[in-house]
Design a protein around this ligand. Structure first.
Ligand SMILES: Cc1cc2nc3c(=O)[nH]c(=O)nc-3n(C[C@H](O)[C@H](O)[C@H](O)COP(=O)(O)O)c2cc1C
Length: 328
């Protein structure tokens, strides 16, 4: 008598893993540094932080770098599911050196259908820094997005009440002024922004004037002192974070950010990270204390809003070739 067929677990061939890593590398990263390295050996895909791509002045502790790698890790899991594969992820494996952020096994038990819409989302998600429309994003949509963080063990809060939002605006402007005075940070911006090649942010994707209101004025800039606000009317803000400001938390927050951003993209919402208020330690602490009322340590802020209908499609931010980031 023949025994019932037991589904055999299949380990992904290298060709599938290469495809998944290509999708993972579409993830957002700070200054488009793409600070990740992948290695596939003995059925295990290892994700390492590429510490040479850390921003020493703007990101001395590697928070933004780890968030970026977390986003790539989520993109990988999302792509695997969309292609009918399962992933088994071990984060910060014990005994590995500190650059190892995760080890992933890509497996298939049985056949799952491919979800082309999800693969399309990975390709269409982008950072569109053009001014959002004034249409408010309904509170329930923000709450739904925030709820997506919990399965990753990440706290999320929409900064909804007027007082908290006002304090956040002030702190965000304070952080920008501080960063503007730091020559090290400015040099770092110059290095990564407006360059051509496979990384960094092309000038075509950055607003031509930091304050479009001023650009539209009928007068040339005068001497009247005014505050250039970084948040505008239609912008909504979501804070992501956790109980500690540490690598384990940043990695998970990166995954949650990616989950939330892809879902927002599906709904036609635009997401733009706002990391400077978190990069300045004094404003980061104050956001935790007075905006989030001590609920959690903030790791990243996201601006969320609607882009105007019919806007032109943006050119894609470049990516490094797969051979530069994947060893096998
Ligand atoms: C941790 C992190 C911080 C970021 N901070 C900012 C920011 O402060 N301002 C901004 O305009 N974009 C920010 N970005 C977006 C990146 O610049 C963007 O993801 C990158 O240039 C790649 O472009 P893409 O998202 O269109 O693929 C950040 C992204 C990450 C992952």
């Amino acid at each position: 008598m023949s025994s019932p067929a037991v589904p055999r677990t299949e380990i992904a061939p290298a060709s599938i893993v290469e495809r998944l890593v290509s999708f993972a590398c579409l993830a957002p990263s700070v200054h488009n540094t793409q600070p990740w390295r992948w290695r596939y050996a003995d059925g295990v895909l290892t994700l390492r932080a590429d510490l040479r791509r850390r921003l020493p002045a703007e990101d001395p502790r590697g928070r933004d770098l780890t968030l970026s790698c977390g986003a790539a890790l989520h993109h990988l899991q999302f792509a695997a599911r969309a292609l009918g594969w399962e992933t088994d992820v071990v984060r910060l494996p014990r005994g590995a050196d500190e650059s190892v952020l995760a080890q992933v096994r890509v497996l298939r038990a049985g056949r799952s259908p491919v979800v082309p819409q999800d693969l399309a989302l990975l390709r269409t998600r982008c950072t569109d820094r053009r001014r959002f429309t004034a249409w408010p994003v309904p509170a329930y949509r923000l709450d739904d997005l925030c709820r997506l963080a919990a399965p990753w063990g990440v706290a999320a809060a929409a900064i909804a009440d007027d007082g908290a939002r006002f304090r956040l605006e002030l702190l965000a402007n304070q952080a920008l002024s501080e960063l503007g005075l730091d020559p090290g940070r400015q040099a770092e911006q110059d290095r990564w922004i407006g360059r051509s090649g496979a990384d960094g942010i092309p000038a075509a994707l950055l607003p031509d004037d930091p304050d479009p209101l001023l650009a539209r004025s009928r007068f040339r800039p005068g001497l009247l002192e005014d505050t250039r606000m970084v948040l505008h009317g239609g912008d909504r803000v979501i804070a992501l974070g956790g109980p500690y400001d540490d690598v384990a938390g940043w990695l998970r927050t990166g995954e949650a950010m990616s989950a939330l951003w892809l879902e927002a993209t599906r709904e036609g919402l635009s997401v733009v990270p706002m990391s400077q208020p978190i990069e300045v330690e004094s404003t980061r602490r104050e956001i935790g204390r007075s905006v989030l009322r001590g609920a959690f340590e903030p790791h990243l802020l996201l601006r969320v809003g609607w882009q105007a209908i019919g806007r032109s499609e943006l050119p894609r931010t470049p990516r490094r070739p797969l051979a530069d980031v994947l060893d096998s």
